[in-house]
Write a protein that binds this ligand. Structure first.
Ligand code: UDX
Length: 429
């Protein structure tokens, strides 16, 4: 099938790459000329394991191409995906101006029946607006259907997630459009839910908000466990083994970050408010998440006391492992707090140091964890990269000025750390 994907961010690029891998002819469109130039040079503007190799193969086979022209992408495609960003506005609601602009341009280029699919995460009722917009700006009698088909991929495992989705959600009132998408996704052999467009849009916001709720619940438990002398890992394991709860997304730490959870939770609060419901549960989820930064910073401060001129080594900057993404990374807030109190921060991250420079220009970037630790008063762990789990801790102890490890991701066994001679602080244990 011929498919056009508008927007070459995480979602657009990964969707394009996987659909091309499945044998479709994919036209990727973005209005950012620099991004398209990078992609046309054979490079990838983001880091995502396996993505470059997959795009290279499809490019050589002539199954994927990149252009700045919506007209070019739309004219030969049966399905047009909208995968542009929907960033938060200052009030927390989603900025849909890019979706609206794309819908209008797609409308102006319709030539025969097409299915326009919204893949961007959008508030409920956006699909209706997209359909109205297309109707308004397309030629009289143009045939199209609008579908909501939210994406659930995680950064760092985006390709695996796209090939092995837990479910595919198709929201539309048109059987013809649903059948076309069912056909497109058939090779994935995943469960498919066909529903109305509003329900599909709510599924996406509700799924991300529920996962964020699990994380905040675990972080609240961590605080309780710490006060009670219990161990949050044991507690969440004991709770999570109940199948009705599930053991995923119950890791306590420095809170959730990234380009989705913070944005989607606040967008869902805002849209539910517009719909007349005060979603106080989600407001509390947000509050717990913000408070987790204060709590962890206080932990560092209680351990080191006066931070002025203290060298602090930070391992991990990205909002999670296997990505170079720094959007809403807890590391930004924690490091800024350390710097505000006069600490000298040296940091290492396997992938995110280039992207981190914009938000964190005044830290010393190191070439490996050991260089970061040299002469530091404490080692602070903010992202759970495997590289840190496998470090030589004896060597680390020799290099640190004080053998203090403050672990925001609970990657080490507390007993072992004490045996090795560290002062070790973690979250909820
Ligand atoms: C998320 C959703 O998982 C995905 O379905 C959606 O499409 C986009 O948003 P992503 O933001 O890539 O994906 O990362 P995810 O792995 O979900 O982690 C989000 C944040 O939660 C990270 O900051 C992570 O560190 C944190 N987290 C996750 C925890 O603090 N504890 C956990 O138990 C799980």
């Amino acid at each position: 099938m011929n498919v056009c994907i508008i927007g070459t961010g995480y979602v657009g690029l990964v969707t394009g790459a996987t659909l091309a891998e499945l044998g479709n002819r994919v036209f990727c469109v973005d209005n950012n000329e620099e991004k398209i130039a990078i992609l046309n040079r054979g490079e990838i503007p983001i880091y995502e394991p396996g993505l470059k190799e997959m795009i290279d193969t499809s490019r050589r086979a002539g199954r994927i191409s990149f252009t700045t022209s919506i007209a070019e992408g739309v004219k030969d495609s049966a399905i047009v995906f909208i995968a542009v960003s929907t960033p938060p506005k200052p009030d927390g609601s989603a900025d849909l101006s890019a979706v609206a602009a794309v819908a209008r341009e797609v409308a102006e280029n319709l030539n025969g029946y097409k299915v326009v699919v919204d893949k961007s995460t959008v508030p409920v009722k956006t699909g209706e607006k997209v359909a109205e917009t297309i109707k308004r700006y397309s030629k009289e009698g143009s045939e199209f259907d609008v579908v909501s088909n939210p994406e659930f991929l995680r950064e760092g495992s985006a390709i695996y997630d796209t090939f092995h989705p837990d479910r595919i959600v198709i929201g539309t009132s048109s059987q013809k459009a649903a059948d076309l998408l069912i056909d497109l996704y058939k090779p994935l052999e995943a469960p498919v839910i066909v529903t109305d467009i509003n329900s599909a849009e709510i599924i996406k916001h509700a799924a991300n908000s529920f996962l964020a709720t699990k994380i905040s619940f675990a972080n609240a438990l961590a605080r309780i466990c710490e006060a009670a002398g219990a161990n949050v890992e044991e507690v969440t394991r004991g709770v999570g083994l109940d199948h009705r709860v599930g053991d995923k997304f119950l890791n306590a730490g420095v809170g959730y970050g990234g380009s989705c959870f913070p944005k989607d939770v606040s967008a869902f609060i805002s849209i539910t408010e517009e719909l007349g419901y005060d979603f106080r549960l989600l407001k509390e989820v947000e509050r717990i998440n913000e408070e987790q930064i204060d709590y962890f910073f206080r932990k560092i401060k209680e351990t080191l006391w006066i931070l002025e001129d203290q060298k602090v080594a930070v391992l991990g900057l990205a909002f999670k492992p296997n990505t170079d993404d720094m959007r809403n990374a807890p590391a930004i807030k924690i490091i800024k707090r350390l710097q505000a109190e006069g600490a000298k921060v040296r940091a290492y991250d396997p992938k995110a140091m280039e992207t981190a420079r914009e938000d964190l220009p005044d830290i010393e970037y190191c070439s490996d964890p050991y260089q970061a630790a040299e002469g530091a008063e404490a080692l602070v762990i903010l992202t759970e990269w495997n590289e840190f789990k496998e470090m030589n801790l004896d060597r680390m102890k020799e290099l640190l000025h004080q053998p203090i490890v403050i672990d925001g991701r609970n990657i080490y066994d507390p007993e072992r750390m004490v045996e090795l001679g560290f002062t070790y602080r973690s979250v909820g244990r």
